[in-house]
Design a binder for this molecule. Structure first.
Ligand code: AMP
Ligand code: ZN
Length: 468
């Protein structure tokens, strides 16, 4: 398989450190708000990457952190902790916010058929590991204490800007985020490993450390959590492109300073989902969630399909018009694949092999999901029997996860419009009867509906109904 590696800026043959095994790390969400569909674009593409590696026969172990402390409103280590801001916004504790939005994140993942990574670790679970790593970095001379915080000294590295091709604006977070300089830093891009002193004295979560009571910086968590579960070498590290600098640059700096050798060879970055006003971002507040799409009547898998139609390394512009086109194409495709859902019979390995190969080749060509989708259309048109078509679609869907062979719930629950109009009219009549205190008529209406298998339920939001 060949993937683009942001570190070398080339498409490279993927060769893991240990033959047949892949250690994969994913930067998880900062759980102070709902994940927006931009965040979820990254997780959809990473999910396909993981499943593609498994499809190719690798034994994959995938680890993801949950950022529940240390991610400040500016990536330059100033500003307020995002978690604390979330807690204040909702008048809850930081842990309540973390629990609520972690659950919401995995609910959204489930709706999008995104598999849960093998290990999911919240940053607040790993404080002793962070402290240990910082101690080693201090011993080795890669870190220093200043103004009661501990900083990583970027000048101690031969090369700090390991991801080439960044613009000067990208490299200078202070300018990008329009924040004041931290006078304790020896070098402009030094970053905080441990805070005991920040402008925000009311930081909710604090722990004892050799440098005083405080809390970890954001970058240290990913280095430690990956080493805790995947050891000294990881094969592939994922995230959105905004993570390249400073987050991934700093992860590499501290991990390699600590280990004394290369840590991760392949870096996989998903480009942004933009809307007309630019990058979708939680802090900007212009967020669109899976629930909003559902409220508007979209099957969440339409969004997954929309993402898979384009390449992960290109920015993707969101619009409802584009989503409607994806919905139409997805519905049409599913209608065709569902025809084969129950097909049984002999499956010729020889006849199906070229399609499996074409599918794997598309994925191995820098995760070309659009080309992988084309293979499904080729299968549908091919001179294969129904069982062969079903077997291939079933197999490909293990990677694409578009539920191509299962009826979606919305299709199942779609009601006959005439029945809906009739029931709604009866509910209205019953409401008026109750208003006029004609309870006998109200009961009659309920009984009449029940005879037709319609059960009414009176709730605070009004009368709901369902079929028995
Ligand atoms: P966060 O919850 O902000 O830590 O971000 C979670 C993941 O979503 C990270 O990998 C980000 O790089 C990624 N991300 C953030 N915004 C976008 C976007 N608009 N499009 C795609 N990925 C994004
Ligand atoms: Zn990370």
């Amino acid at each position: 398989m060949r993937f683009y590696n942001s570190l070398t800026r080339r498409i490279e043959e993927f060769v893991p450190h240990t033959e047949g095994k892949v250690a994969m790390y994913t930067c998880g969400p900062t759980v102070y708000h709902f994940a927006h569909i931009g965040n979820l674009r990254s997780y959809i593409e990473e999910d396909v990457l993981e499943k593609a590696l498994r499809y190719a026969g690798y034994d994959v172990k995938r680890v993801m952190n949950i950022t529940d402390v240390g991610h400040l409103s500016s990536d330059a280590d100033t500003g307020e902790d995002k978690m604390l801001a979330g807690a204040k916004r909702e008048h809850k504790s930081v842990m309540e916010i973390a629990d609520f939005y972690t659950k919401a994140f995995f609910d959204d993942c489930e709706k999008l058929n995104i598999k849960r990574p093998d290990v999911v670790e919240p940053a607040t679970n790993c404080i002793p590991e962070f402290i240990h790593m910082i101690e080693v970095l201090l011993e080795k001379g890669y870190a220093y204490q200043a103004g009661e915080n501990v900083y990583f000294d970027t000048s101690k590295l031969d090369e700090y800007y390991v991801f080439g091709g960044l613009s000067s604006e990208d490299l200078y977070v202070g300018v990008r985020d329009d924040v004041e300089e931290d006078p304790n830093k020896r070098n402009r891009n030094d970053f905080v490993l441990w805070f005991t002193k920040s402008k925000f004295e009311d930081q909710a979560l604090k722990w004892d450390s050799p440098w005083g009571v405080g809390y970890p910086g954001w970058h240290i968590e990913c280095s430690c959590i990956s080493m805790k579960h995947l050891g000294e070498y990881i094969d592939i590290h994922c995230g959105g492109v905004d993570n390249i600098f400073p987050h991934h640059t700093n992860e590499i700096a501290q991990s390699e300073a600590y280990l004394g050798h290369e840590w991760c060879h392949y870096w996989f970055h998903v480009h942004h989902l933009n809307d007309r006003s630019g990058k979708m971002s939680k802090s900007k507040g212009n967020i669109l969630t899976v629930s909003v799409l559902q409220e508007k009547g979209y099957d969440p898998l339409v969004y997954r399909f929309f993402c898979l139609q384009s390449h992960y390394r290109k920015p993707l512009e969101f619009s409802y018009e584009a989503l409607d086109n994806a919905a139409a194409a997805y519905q049409k495709l599913k209608k065709r694949t569902l025809e084969f859902a129950g097909a049984e019979g002999p499956v010729s390995a020889e006849k199906t092999a070229p399609y499996r190969e074409a599918f794997l080749q598309a994925l191995g060509n820098d995760l070309n999901t659009a080309a992988a989708l084309t293979v499904i259309y080729d299968v549908l048109k091919a001179d294969l029997n129904g069982a062969e078509k079903r077997a291939l679609i079933e197999d490909f869907d293990k990677v694409l996860s578009l539920s191509l062979l299962t009826e979606s719930e919305t299709e199942e629950t779609e009601e006959d419009p005439a029945l809906v109009a009739y029931v709604e009219e009866m509910i209205e009549k019953r409401k008026n009867a109750k208003k006029e205190k004609n309870f006998a008529l109200a009961d009659e209406i309920r009984a009449e509906l029940l005879q037709k298998g319609i059960v009414l339920k009176d709730t605070r939001e009004g009368t709901l109904w369902e079929k028995q």
